[in-house]
Design a protein around this ligand. Structure first.
Ligand SMILES: Cc1cc2nc3c(=O)[nH]c(=O)nc-3n(C[C@H](O)[C@H](O)[C@H](O)COP(=O)(O)OP(=O)(O)OC[C@H]3O[C@@H](n4cnc5c(N)ncnc54)[C@H](O)[C@@H]3O)c2cc1C
Length: 406
């Protein structure tokens, strides 16, 4: 059964992906999936009256916490069993009972807590055929990548066979397409992290991959303890910093027309495919915050609109990590250089050329700084909207304003 909260504002991409995912689930259940749409409290009231007890997978978003409160006020009992995490948020604690604020010690404690083996399918499966009123599937209104459990398991097997053994060496290379692409499947519950973790061994590549799975769990844990940080600064002092208002520069960033090839390639990949490589997510986020001096929430909202894997915990905290306003131990003054990042993680410029065809005529050496060459901008690629070196200084000056004067 799936209950769609009618008050939930979601993007066209995520809503269409959900629709495709529910259709796949329905098929695997022989057309027996019940889908309701409306006020979850009202729907659960009726379901409790009809069935006596209702069981659900536990959710950990700020919105889910509000829903729990409303259910409690309405005296409706919802049995929450299992979670979409290997270790449920809130379970990994320090010896004094407090939560972790830094990833590395969290990771060690998370491993020590451990997780169960993946759940077995029940031998006998009994379904109640849904009435016609319980078939409120959302509509697919845009193209989506393959959705559903079969697609997720197929992708996991392919990645395991072809790329996982080199994950530690290649995962940062934007041009190699060597990451798992499992984020949307994990986000929508199409594969459980325990299914993945059960197959990992102690090799370095597998260990690095396990650590990435753990980042997702860490951010869910952080958001569980501080739900307001989906929108607010984790380090509140940064709310006082001087920021620009989003205007033409923000529009250029969204469209992938900043004049910085690596940044623009990332944004165009996001706009076209609804996915972006992790390295690029960091580079474009840093550019928005440190070069354009905009608040991270503007970028995070745009990501949520475009990503198929948009997830409130990983997104808000991925942004805050890059901004230096979140859980990261490394400070605000770390500023990604968009040119050097491109040279390092897309050395031949193949990723750039794929998404920015106006630069396809340039050599590997030229493509990262087209403004230095006579015909660099001759195919319609824009001038840089800001100068990175100047804006880096500006970001540091604004940071200095925050520090108490001695
Ligand atoms: C600014 C910013 C925003 C982000 N927004 C999201 C988001 O909305 N949804 C999302 O799932 N991830 C987000 N990430 C994390 C990461 O970029 C994506 O999970 C990853 O790029 C997805 O591609 P993949 O599945 O091929 O990853 P792989 O490299 O194959 O990693 C395997 C899995 O580990 C998890 N993972 C990997 N890196 C991270 C990370 N840094 N933080 C949390 N989980 C991680 C994901 O579930 C991923 O599918 C964001 C990162 C940044 C810097």
């Amino acid at each position: 059964m799936y209950i769609r909260d009618h008050s939930l504002a979601t993007s066209e991409r995520r809503s269409s992906y959900l629709a495709a995912s529910l259709q796949a689930l329905d098929e695997s259940l022989g057309g027996n999936l019940h889908v309701y749409e409306g006020d979850p409290v009202e729907i659960l009231k009726k379901l409790s009256a009809q069935f006596g007890e209702v069981f659900a997978t536990e959710e950990f978003t700020p919105r889910a916490f509000l829903r729990h409160e409303k259910l409690a006020q309405a005296k409706i009992t919802l049995h929450q069993v299992g979670s979409p995490y290997a270790v449920s948020p809130g379970r990994v604690r320090k010896s004094d009972g407090t939560s972790y604020r830094v990833y590395t010690p969290f990771y060690k404690a998370w491993c020590a807590v451990g997780w169960r083996a993946p759940a077995e399918l029940p031998e006998v499966q009994k379904w109640i055929a849904p009435p016609s009123t319980a078939r409120n599937f959302p509509r697919i209104t845009c193209h989506t990548p393959a959705a559903g459990e079969v697609a997720a398991l197929t992708r996991w097997r392919e990645f395991y066979k072809n790329d996982l053994a080199r994950y530690d060496e290649e995962r940062n290379r934007a041009d190699l397409n060597s990451t798992s692409g499992l984020a949307r499947h994990l986000r929508w519950g199409e594969i459980h992290p325990r299914t993945i973790l059960a197959e990992l061994n102690q090799s370095n590549a597998h260990e690095v991959f396990r650590k990435e799975i753990a980042w997702r769990e860490f951010y869910a844990d952080v958001l569980f303890h501080e739900p307001h940080t989906n929108l607010d600064y984790y380090k509140p002092e940064f709310a006082k910093m001087r920021y620009n208002e989003p205007g033409a520069a923000f529009k250029a960033w969204c469209q992938g027309k900043t004049g910085y090839p690596f940044v623009d390639a990332g944004m165009r990949q996001l706009n076209e495919e609804g996915w972006m490589h992790n390295r690029l997510r960091m580079v474009v986020a840093s550019f928005l915050i440190k070069d354009l001096h905009l608040e991270w929430q503007h970028g995070a909202r745009y990501f949520m609109e475009k990503l198929f894997d948009g997830d409130v915990a990983s997104n808000s905290h991925g942004w805050q990590w890059t901004a230096g306003t979140g859980t990261d131990a490394s400070p605000y003054y770390r500023v990604f250089n968009p040119i050097e990042q491109g040279k390092r993680f897309d050395p031949e410029g193949l990723y750039i050329k794929k998404y920015v065809p106006e630069l396809a005529h340039l050599s590997a050496e030229e493509v990262h700084e087209p403004w230095l060459y006579l015909d660099g901008l001759s195919h319609g690629y824009p001038e840089r909207i800001v100068d990175h070196a100047t804006e880096r200084h500006e970001a540091l000056a604004r940071l200095a304003e925050l520090k108490p004067k001695s």
